[in-house]
Write a protein that binds this ligand. Structure first.
Ligand code: MSP
Length: 665
């Protein structure tokens, strides 16, 4: 790995609502990553915190009838409690309301001002208080009624702003930014996001308004206290204020900077364009990488407060352990891509990978050691069987693949590699049938060899999964009679079969009991916790009327905000075959530019032969809830014109080349 220090940050969360799984996601990833680095001896620092200024927070406090200070203190306490409950161990919590942070922000401003990057002008345009962003014509849903233009993300009316403002000369940074993306391809990752940023910046940059006179809840502009500093300028600075750049409270900047910033794709531009421009302007070293992850989805839509479809943490905690939640998120969703999360999916993963996989391996290995060796684990020695040597090789391979993938933030693939190792040991046990060997005293040394390999395999695998399953790994580790803490042992230094101080195995608890899917789902549904958990809060209801209500009233036509909910994407058909026992359906595997191709069932088999559609460019409704047909799951729908009296389908396509995944608007 080579690096001596590691600094990872999460976005700082808006102090305007209670935390949900979407917020927990990045923070859990950062936690696992920090544990991974520390386990490998890297001096690490993990920062998270809260974004507490701006019109949005001011309004949230007003709606609750609380002074803003009191409101933010309460929300911060809620966030801290939620993260503690999830077992997250961060090193510092930065608040934009901290005096040390405010000192840093003003210092950064002054430097940029002195260097001629800031000037005074006036701003006239539209602003979304939820994004904290001015919206150009391209970024607005045009007005359809007297509420005026809307934010396409939040589906709420924009504020009209016409006021004096300071501007940052972002336009001057177009070339330096493009040079940065070119010379440091690792600066924005994954590549798809880097390309997005390059194309945005190549299109030209406008100077950025960085102060507001109409917002009082913020950090005053040095020398002009009628203005407060733009929330994103303020918020982004947290990454350096928390280390002590520009203040005397903290002293960690030289030790840990530059950072790995983990951010959601919705805040890419701020991190990959504005933030490096501010830093370049001030002559501060740039972050190492902005790594952009996708959104957790429910029913194809971003999980969040705006849509009221978030998975609530308290529901999760009622049924699942922290390790189960961590494992599911890291394994199920390819980091960097959007991913659907469901209670059912979580239960299934827990049952198949944790209960049947790791849990079963641990309990059968330990039970046999206890039963056949009076709890004293045999250790590998001397010549091993060919199969045992293969197990050892496979586990070494799993370990090195795990390290490589985890280090590149491919968590799902890293876990896949670990589980390949688990499956190998499991198969080894099944193939060798130690329960039969145990019956025959002449097979004693063979039995010893089998269980020594199984025990050692389990020990090695526990070391690598410990950053994701800290509680479980420690629990099994203790039951194995092993000393120390698996999170303090570098897996790369743990040699196969090394001499160990092992105490007797006596207590074996079922580490991963299976979850009862039907029962849990029935309970969750009864509590009405899924999938729409929150009704719009009273203070939000005027702006947040659900579009369904509006469109019902509007009879024949739909509003643009209804249309934008339908995610139409370009795709290519990779495979096609007839679904048995029906003339109507084709089973298609289509590439939508996602990590994995999808399966879609299409009722076109009477008009298209499978070989006619393979290789075709098609249009897919990508966010349709999955449906089962003939026992097969369909994840989306093809678009086709219905022609003639018999409604013959004619597939929609493009006449120009379009990349898979491109959205139709
Ligand atoms: N305050 C800003 C960030 C400032 S960082 C200098 C902000 N806050 S937020 O609370 O709205 O969002 C914080 C992070 O949570 C973002 O990265 C966002 O992508 C993430 N998520 C919120 N909902 C999410 C999902 N449904 N899925 C994944 N991440 C989600 O933006």
């Amino acid at each position: 790995m080579g690096e001596k220090t590691f600094y990872v940050t999460t976005p700082i969360y808006y102090a305007n609502a209670k935390p949900h799984l979407g917020h927990a996601y990045t923070t859990l990833v950062a936690d696992a990553l920090t544990r991974f680095k520390r386990q490998r001896g890297v001096d690490s620092f993990f920062l998270t915190g809260t974004d507490e200024h701006g019109i949005n927070i001011e309004r949230a406090a007003e709606a609750r009838g609380l002074p803003v200070n009191e409101h933010v203190d309460q929300v911060v306490d809620e966030f801290k409690a939620a993260f503690a409950r999830l077992g997250i161990e961060y090193d510092r919590w930065i608040r934009t309301n901290d005096p040390a942070h405010q000192e840093t922000v003003q210092k950064l401003w002054r430097i940029l001002d002195e260097r001629g990057h800031i000037y005074k002008g006036s701003y006239e345009g539209w602003f979304c208080g939820y994004c904290n962003e001015f919206k150009d014509a391209d970024d607005r849903v045009p007005a359809t009624d007297d509420r005026g233009p809307m934010c396409p993300i939040h589906e709420r009316p924009l504020d009209r702003v016409a006021e004096e403002s300071y501007f940052f000369k972002l336009s001057a940074f177009q070339k330096p930014l493009l040079d940065l993306y070119e010379s440091h391809p690792e600066f924005v990752q994954p590549d798809v996001r880097r390309n997005e940023v390059i194309s945005f910046v190549s299109g030209g940059l406008k100077d950025q308004s960085v102060s507001r006179v109409s917002v009082k809840w913020g950090i005053p502009v040095p020398g002009d206290s009628a203005h407060t500093i733009y929330v994103w300028f303020d918020a982004l600075s947290n990454y350096i204020s928390a280390l002590g750049w520009g203040n005397d409270t903290y002293h960690d900047f030289d030790r840990y900077w530059p950072a790995l910033h983990l951010v959601g794709k919705d805040i890419l531009r701020f991190h990959a364009v504005y933030w490096p421009a501010f830093l370049m302007g001030a002559g501060i070293e740039l972050p190492r990488t902005v790594f952009v992850h996708g959104m957790l989805l429910r029913g194809g839509q971003k999980m969040g407060k705006t849509l009221g479809n978030a998975i609530q943490l308290e529901v999760l905690h009622r049924y699942f352990t922290n390790d189960q939640i961590r494992y599911y998120l890291l394994r199920e969703v390819a980091f960097g891509q959007d991913g659907e999360v469901t209670y059912e999916g979580l239960i299934d993963r827990v049952n198949s990978d944790l209960a049947d996989g790791l849990g079963n391996l641990a309990s059968r290995t330990l039970t046999m050691v206890r039963n056949y060796f009076a709890g004293n684990p045999p250790r590998p020695r001397g010549e091993q069987s060919v199969e045992a040597s293969d197990v050892k090789l496979r586990i070494e391979d799993s370990k090195s693949r795990f390290d490589e993938e985890f280090g590149a933030l491919n968590f799902s693939r890293a876990l896949e590699a670990a589980w390949t190792g688990i499956a190998r040991v499991d198969k080894f046990i099944t193939d060798n049938q130690p329960w039969k060997l145990a019956k025959d005293p002449s097979s004693r040394s063979q039995l010893e060899g089998v269980l020594a390999t199984a025990y050692e395999g389990l020990r090695q695998l526990l070391l690598i999964v410990a950053p994701i399953l800290p509680v479980t790994a420690r629990e099994i580790w203790n039951q194995m009679g092993l000393a120390d803490d698996p999170l303090q042992i570098n897996p790369n230094n743990a040699k196969w079969g090394e001499a160990l101080d092992v105490s007797k195995i006596d207590r074996i608890s079922p580490g991963f009991p299976k979850l009862d899917r039907e029962k849990i789902m029935a309970e969750i549904e009864n509590q009405n916790a899924a999938p729409v958990a929150e009704q719009p809060k009273p203070q939000e209801s005027a702006a947040a009327q659900t579009p369904t209500t509006q469109s019902a009233a509007a009879s024949e036509t739909i509003a643009i905000e209804d249309f934008v909910k339908i995610e139409l994407r370009a795709a290519t058909v990779l495979e096609a075959e007839r679904v048995p026992k029906t003339d109507k359906l084709l089973r298609l595997i289509v590439d939508l530019g996602e990590a994995q191709p999808r399966q879609i069932l299409a009722g076109i088999a009477e008009h298209y032969a499978p070989e006619e559609v393979v290789g075709r460019k098609i249009i897919v409704v990508a966010n349709l809830a999955p449906r089962k047909m003939r026992g097969l799951e369909s994840n989306g729908m093809l678009l086709a014109a219905s022609v003639g009296e018999d409604g013959r389908p004619v597939l929609a396509t493009f006449t120009e080349d379009v990349p898979n995944g491109a959205r139709l608007k």
